[in-house]
Ligand binder design. Sequence first.
Ligand code: ZN
Length: 118
Amino acid sequence: MRSRYSAYVLDDVAYLSQTWHPDFRPRELTIDPDIRFIGLAVIASDQQDRQATVEFEARLLASGQVQAMHEKSAFVKKEGKWLYTTGEMLMPGFQPWKPGRNETCPCGSGKKFKRCCA
Ligand SMILES: [Zn+2]
């Protein structure tokens, strides 16, 4: 999951495609160039023999605003590799992320948000 997140950050469409179960993969895979991912928080994860779920919140910059998406992703293990199948959005689409006063930036810089990505 983290490696797929990194692929979104690095615009690595090939990696996203390789780790997406072929039965679920969109025919054309593109990353919206107007979106920049700046942070990831894993909220919960569960793994069984060949199935896993990861619930996460990702923060991103889109049209100059920090937004958040909250998803539960499902993976299956096939030939020793974890493949993404589907994601369930736990809130509709992207929502504006409202940092508290003096909150540190979600990009992980350690700086205050208002002095960093704001
Ligand atoms: Zn930042």
